[in-house]
Design a protein around this ligand. Sequence first.
Ligand code: CA
Length: 240
Amino acid sequence: MPNNKHLLIVEDDELVQSLLAAYMQNEGFKVSIASTGKEMLACIDSETIDLVLLDLGLPDEDGLVLARQVRARSSLPIIVVTARKDQKNRLAALKIGADDYLTKPFDPEELSLRVRNILGRADDGDTSTEEALRERTEIFKFQGWVLDAGGHILTGPDGDKVSLTRAEFNLLCALAKAPNRVLSRDYLLDAVSQDADAPTDRLIDVLISRVRKKIEPNPKKPEIITTVVGCGYKFSAQIE
Ligand code: CA
C-alpha cells in the first residue's frame, strides 16, 4: 500500500543504488539517493527523512563514522546495508545505534519488511485492531519512568522523552514485561533480534549497557536492570 515515508539510500554502487531505489519506490516509498557521506549529511539537513539505508563502504567517509554522526544529533532510524559480513562490524554498527543490519547480497523483500518494521506497524494497516489495542495499553511505570510499549515512547522522571533505538526499546520492554524474573541472554536475543543468524549474546550486553546509561541513576551500580551472574538480566524496579 502507498505510504509517504521518505527513505534515504546511501550507496556508491550505481547498480545497487538504482535497483534498491526502484524496488523501494515500487513499494510506495519516497526515495532520495546519496552516493557519498557528504551528500548524505546534506540531504538529511535539507529534507525530512524517515529512515536511512546506509552502505558502510563509501568513497569519502566510513559508514560507521556517518552513523555515529547522525546518531549524535537525532534518533533517525538507520539500517546498515553492507558487504562487510564480520561480527565486529555488525556489533560496531549496533553499538553506535544503528537500528538494524543487513549484509549483501540481501533479499529486497526482507529489507523492505525490516524498513516497515522499524517505521512502525501502524502504517501497515494489517495489524489487527485487537492486537494494536493490546499493544497500546501496555504501559509500565517505574521509578518515575513511563515506558509506553505500544507507543514506543520512554519518558524520564523529568518528563523528557528519551530516545532509544528499536533494539534498545525492545530489550527494555522484554525486561519490564517480566519484572523480577531472570531472563537469559538467549531469551533477550530473541526479543530484540529478528535475525535468523542472530548475533552473539555479546550484543545483549552492549544493549544493556546502552539502556542503563539512559535510564539508571548510576549506570555503574544499576538498580533498574540488574545482572544475575551466570544467568542473565533482571528487571528489578518496582512496577507501579
Ligand atoms: Ca560501497
